[in-house]
Design a protein around this ligand. Structure first.
Ligand SMILES: [Zn+2]
Length: 171
């Protein structure tokens, strides 16, 4: 997977911060882009949102930055932060590589913005919490992807689809 640019990191930080509460540091499921001594950092970005400023920090390597001019941009997900539907949240545990494939699909990030941006890496797994509606959107979007997936990506997405479908059946 190609290393992400600064622009991608800024986008990701704003997406992840604006679906979380203001004022504290929060873990995300977004991998650090830094390569100290040309070795890709294995850390995950943390984000903090305060009035006027979003800051990100990788606790593993210390890579950090801040954004001020984010309000109203297409990474500003505040309008999606609260699910207006009174629907319980369902917890799923993904592998970091499964999450990375989902996160890399622009159509999915567009269709299910809060669901992906609110994911959190913890103890080797990525925690995803979604409403039934969000999970159904996820399945429908994957079913209608314009670019067919191949190889590893296809296998990862197939596994996620089976997992999400089984979770929805249990509800
Ligand atoms: Zn790092």
């Amino acid at each position: 997977m190609p290393r992400r640019s600064l622009r991608d990191v800024v986008h990701a930080a704003v997406e992840c911060a604006t679906v979380r509460p203001v004022g504290n540091w929060f873990d995300t499921a977004v991998r650090c882009r830094n390569q100290p001594n040309r070795v890709p950092c294995r850390g995950y970005v943390t984000v903090k949102w305060e009035p006027g400023e979003i800051t990100w920090l990788c606790p593993d390597c210390g890579d950090s930055g801040s954004v001020h001019d984010w309000e109203g941009g297409d990474s500003d997900l505040r309008e999606f932060a609260a699910d207006p539907f009174d629907d319980p949240e369902h917890e799923l545990l993904l592998s970091p590589s499964e999450f990375a494939v989902l996160w890399g699909l622009d159509e999915l990030r567009y269709a299910c913005p809060r669901l992906l941006a609110a994911c959190t890496y913890r103890d080797g797994r990525v925690e995803m919490a979604g409403s039934r509606r969000e999970l159904m959107y996820l399945l429908a979007t994957i079913e209608n992807l314009e670019t067919p997936l191949r190889g590893e990506k296809l296998r990862a997405v197939d596994d996620v689809v089976r997992y999400v479908a089984a979770t929805l059946e249990d509800i």
